[in-house]
Design a protein around this ligand. Structure first.
Ligand code: XMP
Length: 507
């Protein structure tokens, strides 16, 4: 077990995730965790994260000397490396001449346990203005760059290691190998931890916390809420009620798929078919933000009515995952952007506490957990889908007829993408009913029907995106199938705009 001490860097959970990738269990705790608690945890190793501060400033996060006297190996990263040097009697100074940002060629001393298996030099990811200009006693330099003489330091006798760069980010070549060497060779970890262990630990923790209390979950059918439902079901069974509000704007068959996935699980599964209510509220509404607002409000009302039937619950479960946490600026990291959660928190439901058992997982880890728990592939690998669903993929006025047209066309597009084996390469792909009509010819007759737009994007964070380079032949097949199989569509176009300036969705 490895303890990651959080000094406020942006990559802290990424470090934890890399440790888990090496099959070693780890936990992230604040740098303010008392030394007695750390001693009691008895970790095999400790990692200090980076952070935005300068170690020599009064207000910066500090750590006492005692942690280095536990006999536990320590790896300091960036700020953590400088802090280790500072606390143990070295000096850290700001020197603009040696500040480094981004990819930096770094030369390694291969006698160091962390670099033994690596080439003599490689690219590392740097982000610092301060550097260590005087080493503490017992330390030597184990890597340098053209402008920073202390890119890595080590005192192998006390098993203390420091890296000025970030081994956890993918830009650092062989970064994972360095971490693995620290974990296996320096800390003596065996690497026998896996997602199955994680699931069991999470299940035990949930059981302990929830006791015989009741848990309520709003199940959307998306990856996060589905994995959470599966986890909670294994942990507390029928003490869990999942409410799945089907607003009628799901993709083709999707409502039934979600129901089929959970019908036989050990949970109280409630599906509310509320399409009529939603269509009625949206009658005559064309403006995208108005649609979103109405759907959000109506969702809450339907959910509330259903939740009231259950009465008071003890816990309200949310499928928050780590990227949501970091975006909201939780923990010690700086805020990047505020997270928008459609519908918001249902403050009308009576509950004691919120539980968020997935809050330490990244998306791909959430998926792996879902597979471990036995969820079907079609839920685990589902692409992101906006809360308001197809309602914001039909431009302007929504009608049941338009929803049906879009569902059929979208289904064909998704089917062909999957058949071509591209479903995991294109991060989001869907059809949009433009509501624009144009003239066509079918058989000997004139048609005047809808234009359908196809959208496919590749992205890492959905903040920026490129349009997917879908092969023409595939687009041709999709287009031909759609105009032949879906009534009222006589023209298909492909959206070739990036985000920005366009957004991924059309509304
Ligand atoms: P945009 O269109 O803003 O989309 O480029 C970025 C990502 O967010 C999803 N999205 C939403 N998700 N409620 C959601 O839960 C919404 O109202 C909403 N609007 C956009 C979109 O599908 C894409 O993945």
């Amino acid at each position: 077990f490895v303890l990651v001490l959080d000094f406020g860097g942006q990559y802290n959970q990424l470090i934890a995730r890399r440790v888990r990738e090496c099959n070693v269990y780890c936990e992230v705790k604040s740098y303010q965790t008392p030394i007695e608690e750390i001693r009691a945890l008895n970790p095999d190793g400790i990692i200090f994260t980076g952070g935005p501060n300068s170690v020599y400033l009064e207000e910066s996060p500090r750590i006492g000397k005692e942690i280095f006297e536990l006999g536990v190996p320590v790896l300091g990263i960036c700020y953590g490396c400088q802090l280790m040097a500072h606390v143990l009697g070295g000096t850290v100074t700001s020197a603009n001449a040696t500040s480094e940002y981004g990819k930096t060629k770094t030369y390694f001393d291969k006698a160091c346990a962390l670099f033994r298996k690596l080439p003599d030099s490689g690219i590392t990811w740097m982000s610092h203005t301060d550097y260590i200009n005087e080493l503490p006693e017992g330390f030597s330099v184990t890597a340098h760059t053209d402008s920073c003489p202390t890119a890595a330091i080590a005192d192998p006798v006390r098993k203390l290691y420091g890296l000025q760069f970030h081994p956890e980010v993918l830009h650092t070549e062989n970064g994972l190998d360095m971490l693995r060497s620290f974990l296996y060779e320096v800390c003596g970890c065996t690497g026998d931890w896996n997602m199955g262990n994680y699931a069991q630990t999470a299940i035990n923790e949930i059981r302990e916390k929830v006791g015989d209390g009741k848990v309520l979950l709003a199940l959307s059918g998306g990856v996060d809420s589905s994995v959470l439902a599966a986890l909670l079901s294994k942990a507390v069974g029928k003490q869990l009620t999942c409410i799945f509000v089907d607003h009628g704007f799901m993709r083709k068959n999707e409502g039934d798929e979600v129901e089929a996935a959970f019908r036989d699980w050990d949970v109280n599964f409630v599906r509310v078919n509320a399409a009529d209510r939603f269509f009625a509220r949206l009658d005559g509404v064309e403006e995208p933000e108005a649609k979103r607002k109405i759907i959000g409000e109506e969702f809450i009302r339907v959910f509330e009515a259903e939740a009231k039937k259950i009465g008071t619950v003890d816990y309200f479960a949310q499928g928050t995952i780590y990227p949501d946490v970091i975006e909201s600026g939780a923990g010690d990291a700086a805020v990047i952007k505020s997270h928008h959660n459609v519908g918001g928190l249902p403050d009308y439901v009576d509950f004691k506490e919120i539980i968020e058992p997935l809050r330490l997982l990244f998306k791909d880890e959430t998926r792996r957990l879902g597979m471990e728990l036995g969820l079907p592939d079609y839920l685990v690998w589902r692409q992101p889908f906006p809360g308001p669903g197809l309602a914001i993929r039909i431009i302007g006025q929504i009608t049941p007829e338009k929803v049906a047209i879009l569902q059929d066309a979208d289904y064909i597009f998704r089917e062909e993408i999957a058949l071509a084996g591209l479903d995991r390469d294109i991060h989001q792909y869907f059809a949009v009913l433009t509501s624009m009509r144009s003239v066509g010819v079918m058989g000997d007759g004139r048609t005047y029907d809808y234009t359908l737009a196809l959208r496919g994007v590749t992205t890492t964070d959905f903040m920026t995106a490129d349009f997917a380079r879908i092969p023409y032949d595939l687009l041709a097949k999709v287009s031909s199938r759609i105009v032949n199989e879906v009534k009222h569509i006589n023209r298909v176009v492909y959206d070739v705009t990036t985000k920005p300036p366009a957004t991924i969705e059309w509304e």
